[in-house]
Design a protein. Structure first.
Lengths: 657, 215
C-alpha cells in the first residue's frame, strides 16, 4: 500500500507537460492556460517550472510546464528540474508533447514515463512539419501498439490541442513495459523488492535509475530507504557493473531504441505532402556553412544594428525624448506644477533636475523603452527563426578557449536582451564551471538591451572609430577574463552536443505577444528602480551629499579616468542599473559635457559594471552569496581599472577619437 | 601442437630474414619452442624451408604461409595497440594467439577496418593481402571514423568508443547508438550530423569516437 503522503495517480488535479526540448510544450501550455510563457525556436527556452490554471476547467486543474529533457535520467540542471517535479507531483497526469518528426526520441521518454506508472497521453506535435517531410507516423496505429492515447497536434495553429484536456482526464497509467534482457531485468526485479511502497513513482523506473547510477537520487534515497537496503542495492548494481561495465545507462537506452525502431518500422507513415524546395532549411544549412556562415552572421548583426541602433536608438528616441517629452510632457508638467504646486520642493521633486517626470520617466520611457522595445522585437525574430543555435555552431571553437563550448553563446546572446534572465538560462550548461564562467562574463561584459541601446546612441554620435574601439575592448575583456576564469575556476567543461532546430518563419502572433510580455516585464522591473535611483539622487542633491560624493569620488573619476566630477552620479546610479547610469551619461554627452575620449572611457567603465541589482540577486540565487560577492568585488574595481587603462593608453598614443 | 610450432618457426625465419640474419644457429638461439631443430626438419621435409649448411630459405609455399602468419600478427598489434590503446605488454601475447586463429575473411575484414595499415606499431612492414590490392579502386576503408566519413553520405554506426560514460549516455538519448543511420553534414566550423529529422552539432573528438560503415 502507498502511504497517505503519496496521492494515487491522476487524482491531484494537476497536469504536467513533459517532452524533448523544443517540441512546443510552452505553446501547449499557453493554449491550455491562456498564460504566456516565453516560446522560442531553440532548445532550453524553459529552464524553470511554470504553473498556470487550465482555462477549460475553471481553474480547478493546474497545468505545469517543464524544461525539455532528452532523458529522465538527468544530465543537466534543467533536466533535473523536470525529473524532480515528476517525483514531487505524485497524482498528476502527464501530457507528453512529442515531435512528430522525431518519434524515435520522443518514445524514449514515453517508455520512461510508462515505467513511472503515471497516467499518460501523447500530443504528437508539429504534425504539419512531419507531413511535409513525409515522416508522419500513423498515430492511430501507434496508439494501438503502445496502449497510450495519442493525438496529432499542431500547437502553434491550435490544431488538436483542444482535445488534450478531456483525453488526459480519461488517461490511465500505461501498461507498456519493455524487456532489457535477462540480466538487467532480473537486477530490476531484485531492486524493486528493496524499494519501499511509498515510492512516489513506479518502482521499475526507480530501479532503472538506480541501476544506471543516477547520483541525483541520493537525497531521496537518504530520506526514504533504510541503510541496509541501500547496501544491498549497491551490491546488485556492482554485480551488474562487473558483468556489463559502467555504461548500463547506455545499454538501457540502446535496448529502448531497438524496441522503438522495430515498433516504428512496423508502423508505416502517412503519405508525404508534396512540396517544393525547402528554402528555410537551405538557409539553415548556409547559416552554419564555413564559407557563408560568417557573411550571414555579419548581415544579421548589421540588420540588428540598423533596427535597434538606428530605428530604435536614434529615430524613436528623438521622437519620444526630443518630441514627446522634451516639447510636450515635460514643459506641460512644468506649466502645471508651477501653477498647482506652491512648494518649490515638490516642484523640483517632479520636474527639477532630478525630478520624477523630468528624469526618471523621461529616461525610462523616452530613452530606454524605444531601444528595449525594438531590441526585444528583433531578438524575438532571431529566436523564433531558429538562427541562434546555428550561431553556437559558428563560435564553438572560440568558446572552447574560454572553458565553455558553443552552447554558452545562447545565454550570452540572451544577455544582450537581459542579463538577469540570461543568468537563469545558464542552467542549460552542463557543468558548474561553465555556469560560473558564463554568469561572470554576463555580469561583466554583456550589455543588456537597454544599456546597449543607450551606448550605441552615444557612440553613434562620436563616430565609427570609438564604436569599434568600444567593441574591441569589450570582446578583448570578455575573452581575456573568460580565458583566465577557465584556468582559475576548478571543474570540467562539457561536451558540445547541441540540437539544431529547423529554420522556421516567425509567427507574427507569437512575436507580438512575446515582445509585449518582455516590455511589460521591463516596465515592471526597471521603472521602479529608475524611480528609486532618481529619488536617491534627489535626496542626495537636496542635502548636498551629491557634491560630497563627487568630491569623494574625484580621485578616481577625475584623477584616474579624467572624467568630469558629475560622472560620479551616473556611476552611482549605475550600481542600481547599468542602463540608468548609461542614460545619465547620454544626457551629459548631449549637453556637451564629455569629450569623445571621455565618452569612450565612461562607457567602457559602466559597461563592465554589474548590470543591475536584480542581476546580482539572481547570481546570489543561482550560485550563493559567496560567488556573487566574489564577482562583485572583482567586477567594480576591474571595470574602473580597464577604464583607466583605456584613458591612459589613448592619451599616451594621442588618440582623441 | 606441431602446427603451432611450425607457425612459430616460420614466423621467426621471416623476422630474421628482415634483419638479414636468417641462419640456422641464430634461429635455434632465438626460438622459444621446444625442440626447434626437429620442427625445422619437419618443415624442410614438408617443403616449406630449404636448409643449405647454416643458411635458411623459405620456399614459395613456406613464404606464403609465413606471410599470412606475420600479417595476422602485425594487424592484431595495430588493432590492439593503436585502436584499443592497450598496453604493448598485454597485446603481444594476444597478437601471438591471433596469428594462429584468424581465418582469411576475418583477417581481411580487420585489415580493411584498419584502413590497410602498411606497418605494425614497431614500424615493421605488414605483408599485403588480397584486400589491400583492391584499395586502388576502392579508396575508403570499410569502417571509418565518422569524422572521416564522406559529407552527405548515409552511414551506419558500427561502434562507439567514448571517453566518458556521460557522453555515451547523452549520445544515446539523442538516438546515436550502434545500428543508427546518420549523415555528416559539415566539418567546419563545427561537426554537424543529421540523424532522422534531427540535426545535431557536436565536437570533433566525439565524431572521432564514432565508427561508421558505408551503407
Amino acid at each position: 500500500m502507498r502511504s497517505e503522503a503519496v496521492a494515487p495517480p491522476g487524482t491531484s488535479g494537476k497536469v504536467i507537460l513533459v517532452g524533448n526540448p523544443n517540441v512546443g510544450k510552452s505553446v501547449v501550455f499557453g493554449y491550455l492556460t491562456g498564460r504566456y510563457v516565453t516560446v522560442s525556436n531553440y532548445p532550453g527556452t524553459t529552464v524553470e517550472i511554470t504553473r498556470g490554471d487550465a482555462r477549460e476547467r475553471d481553474g480547478s486543474v493546474e497545468v505545469i510546464d517543464t524544461p525539455g529533457v532528452y532523458s529522465l535520467l538527468p544530465m543537466s540542471e534543467d533536466e533535473k528540474v523536470t525529473r524532480d517535479i515528476l517525483m514531487a507531483e505524485t497524482g498528476a497526469r502527464i501530457i507528453q508533447v512529442c515531435d512528430a518528426k522525431n518519434m524515435r526520441r520522443s518514445l524514449m521518454i514515453t517508455i520512461q514515463l510508462a515505467e513511472m506508472e503515471v497516467p499518460l497521453i501523447l500530443a504528437v506535435n508539429m504534425a504539419d512539419e512531419a507531413m511535409a517531410r513525409g515522416v508522419m507516423p500513423r498515430v492511430d496505429e501507434l496508439e494501438k501498439k503502445i496502449g497510450i492515447p495519442a493525438i496529432p497536434t499542431v500547437a502553434v495553429t491550435k490544431k488538436g490541442v483542444d482535445r488534450l484536456m478531456s483525453l488526459s482526464e480519461r488517461s490511465k497509467p500505461p501498461s507498456l513495459r519493455i524487456s532489457y534482457g535477462e540480466k538487467i531485468d532480473s537486477a530490476i526485479a531484485q531492486l524493486e523488492q528493496l524499494i519501499p511502497d511509498t515510492a512516489p513513482i513506479g518502482k521499475r523506473a526507480l530501479a532503472l535509475m538506480l541501476l544506471c547510477g543516477d547520483d541525483s537520487l541520493t537525497p531521496w534515497l537518504a530520506g526514504n530507504v533504510r541503510g541496509d537496503s541501500i547496501k544491498e542495492m549497491n551490491a546488485i548494481r556492482n554485480l551488474m557493473v562487473e558483468e556489463m561495465g559502467e555504461d548500463i545507462a547506455y545499454r538501457v537506452n540502446q535496448m529502448r531504441l531497438q524496441w522503438i525502431d522495430s515498433l516504428l518500422g512496423g508502423l508505416g507513415e502517412e503519405p508525404a505532402e508534396s512540396r517544393g524546395t525547402d528554402w528555410p532549411q537551405a538557409f539553415g544549412r548556409l547559416a552554419m556553412d564555413p564559407l557563408y556562415g560568417l557573411p550571414i552572421l555579419l548581415a544579421v548583426l548589421f540588420l540588428a544594428y540598423e533596427f535597434v541602433g538606428v530605428l530604435g536608438a536614434k529615430f524613436l528616441v528623438d521622437l519620444l525624448e526630443g518630441g514627446l517629452f522634451g516639447k510636450g510632457i515635460v514643459p506641460a508638467a512644468v506649466w502645471v506644477t508651477e501653477r498647482a504646486l506652491p512648494w518649490p520642493l515638490a516642484r523640483d521633486f517632479l520636474v527639477g533636475p532630478y525630478g520624477m517626470i523630468s528624469m526618471a520617466l523621461s529616461y525610462a520611457i523616452a530613452i530606454v523603452l524605444p531601444i528595449v522595445g525594438t531590441f526585444f522585437l528583433g531578438f524575438g525574430i532571431l529566436e523564433d527563426s531558429g538562427y541562434l543555435p546555428r550561431l553556437a555552431v559558428m563560435v564553438d571553437r572560440v568558446f572552447k578557449r574560454i572553458g565553455c563550448n558553443g552552447k554558452a553563446v545562447l545565454p550570452m546572446i540572451l544577455g544582450l536582451g537581459c542579463d538577469t534572465m540570461a543568468t537563469l538560462t545558464t542552467r542549460i550548461l552542463e557543468t558548474r564551471k561553465e555556469r560560473i564562467i558564463v554568469t561572470l562574463l554576463l555580469a561583466l561584459g554583456i550589455p543588456c538591451s537597454a544599456q546597449l541601446g543607450v551606448i550605441l546612441g552615444m557612440l553613434g554620435k562620436v563616430g565609427a572609430a570609438a564604436t569599434t574601439a568600444w567593441l574591441v575592448i569589450l570582446i578583448g575583456v570578455i575573452l581575456a577574463v573568460g580565458y583566465l576564469a577557465s584556468k582559475v575556476i576548478p571543474g570540467e567543461s562539457s561536451d558540445f552536443i547541441l540540437e539544431i532546430p529547423p529554420i522556421r518563419m516567425p509567427l507574427l502572433g507569437n512575436l507580438v505577444v512575446k515582445t509585449m510580455a518582455r516590455i511589460e516585464w521591463y516596465l515592471r522591473e526597471a521603472v521602479p528602480l529608475f524611480i528609486l535611483g532618481t529619488f536617491l539622487l534627489f535626496v542626495a542633491d537636496r542635502f548636498g551629499w551629491l557634491l560630497l560624493l563627487q568630491k569623494a569620488a574625484e580621485p578616481i573619476v577625475v584623477g584616474v579616468l579624467d572624467l568630469p566630477p558629475k560622472t560620479a552620479e551616473a556611476f552611482l546610479i549605475g550600481f542600481l542599473r547599468r542602463d540608468y547610469g548609461a542614460a545619465g551619461l547620454f544626457d551629459m554627452a548631449r549637453a556637451g559635457l564629455l569629450t569623445n575620449l571621455q565618452v569612450l572611457v565612461s562607457l567602457v567603465t559602466i559597461t563592465l559594471f554589474i548590470p543591475c541589482l536584480a542581476n546580482f540577486l539572481v547570481i546570489v540565487k543561482e550560485h550563493g552569496y559567496k560567488v556573487a560577492a566574489g564577482m562583485a568585488i572583482f567586477i567594480f574595481p576591474f571595470a574602473i581599472l580597464v577604464g583607466a587603462l583605456v584613458n591612459f593608453a589613448a592619451r599616451k598614443a594621442g588618440i582623441a577619437f | 601442437m606441431t602446427e603451432y610450432g611450425h607457425d612459430e618457426i616460420l614466423e621467426l625465419i621471416w623476422t630474421l630474414r628482415e634483419e638479414n640474419r636468417s641462419t640456422k644457429p641464430r634461429l635455434l638461439e632465438c626460438s622459444e619452442e621446444e625442440g626447434p631443430e626437429l620442427l625445422l626438419d619437419e618443415l624442410a621435409a614438408a617443403g616449406h624451408v630449404e636448409v643449405t649448411g647454416d643458411d635458411l630459405r623459405l620456399t614459395r609455399t613456406g613464404d606464403e604461409r609465413a606471410r599470412g602468419i606475420i600479417r595476422r600478427h602485425r594487424l592484431a598489434e595495430v588493432l590492439l595497440q593503436n585502436l584499443f590503446d592497450l598496453d604493448p605488454t598485454q597485446t603481444e601475447s594476444s597478437a601471438c594467439k591471433f596469428e594462429h586463429i584468424l581465418t582469411t575473411p576475418v583477417t581481411e575484414s580487420v585489415c580493411t577496418f584498419l584502413g590497410h595499415p602498411p606497418v605494425c606499431p614497431h614500424g615493421r612492414p605488414i605483408p599485403r593481402g588480397a584486400c589491400c590490392d583492391r584499395i586502388r579502386t576502392e579508396i575508403q576503408p570499410m569502417v571509418t571514423r565518422l569524422s572521416d566519413a564522406a559529407l552527405g553520405e548515409i552511414v551506419r554506426i558500427v561502434f562507439i568508443t567514448p571517453k566518458s560514460r556521460k557522453r555515451l549516455e547523452k549520445l544515446s538519448s539523442l538516438g546515436i547508438v550502434p545500428g543508427s543511420r546518420l549523415r555528416l553534414l559539415q566539418r567546419n566550423p563545427s561537426y554537424v550530423l543529421q540523424i532522422g529529422e534531427t540535426t545535431v552539432a557536436v565536437d570533433r573528438d566525439i565524431t572521432d569516437e564514432i565508427y561508421v560503415k558505408r551503407t
